[in-house]
Design a protein around this ligand. Structure first.
Ligand code: CA
Length: 229
């Protein structure tokens, strides 16, 4: 799978349901990871936090509701959107009552189109560039759909890696990214790239953004990594 694609963790014990979800999510261009049990889900979220979690209510072992409570109770995972799959009205009522802290819910049998729309809504919140939103930071504008970047109205030419770096920064201005986090997000988790490569591309991004003058918007955070602004 290409780097920089949004990642979705599907927590579902029924193989047929997992297959349908995987097929449709991959068709949308997402990277999919799967967990069959709550324990596995919690482990995976801790090791490699996904952008969105699709969580079935009915699971063997720890229930979906309990997993959701745990994720929402932890500082490290509480901001990851959780979409619960529920089966009956009673469950839906409890999710709707926000007892679980779930960000959204879909009732089974659900329409795939509906679920995909809900996922996009959550991604728009946490990773706007990944769903083609136009992003703005200071005098920099980035159109994720057309891959156009301008600064103070002037077009900026960027290589594909620099474009992915900039859209990652512009998703969350001010956030400090470590080199490892940038490698995961921009190059992908499965590729081995030296962290110094990040510095090289940051250098190119800085140069490109200043081709018509202006301040350097990329901040080096000593001992930590990089941030926009
Ligand atoms: Ca199930």
């Amino acid at each position: 799978m290409p780097a920089n694609q949004p990642t979705v963790l599907v927590v579902e014990d029924e193989p047929a349901q997992r297959d349908v979800l995987t097929y449709n999510l991959e068709a949308e261009g997402y990277q999919v990871s799967l967990a069959e049990t709550g324990d596995d889900a919690v482990l995976q979220v801790t090791e490699a936090p996904p952008d969105v979690i699709v969580l079935d209510w009915m699971l063997p072992g720890i229930s979906g509701i309990e997993i959701c409570r745990r994720l929402k109770a932890s500082q490290a995972t509480r901001n990851i959107p959780v979409i619960m799959l529920t089966a009956c009205t009673e469950e839906t009522d409890r999710v709707r009552g926000l007892e679980t802290g779930a960000d959204d819910y879909v009732v089974k049998p659900y329409s795939v189109i509906e679920l995909m729309a809900r996922i996009r809504t959550q991604l728009r919140r946490v990773r706007p560039a990944s769903v083609g939103e136009k992003l703005e930071y200071d005098d920099i504008q980035l159109d994720a759909e057309t891959h156009r970047v301008t600064r103070a109205g002037h077009p900026i030419k960027l290589g594909p890696t620099e474009f992915r770096l900039l859209s990652t920064f512009m998703d969350k201005p001010g956030r400090v990214w470590t080199r490892e986090q940038l490698l995961d997000r921009v190059w992908g988790r499965d590729i081995y790239v030296d962290t110094r490569t990040v510095d090289v591309h940051i250098g190119r991004l800085r140069k490109a953004l200043r081709q018509n003058g202006g301040e350097d918007p990329v901040r080096t955070v000593r001992g930590a990594g990089y941030a926009l602004g």
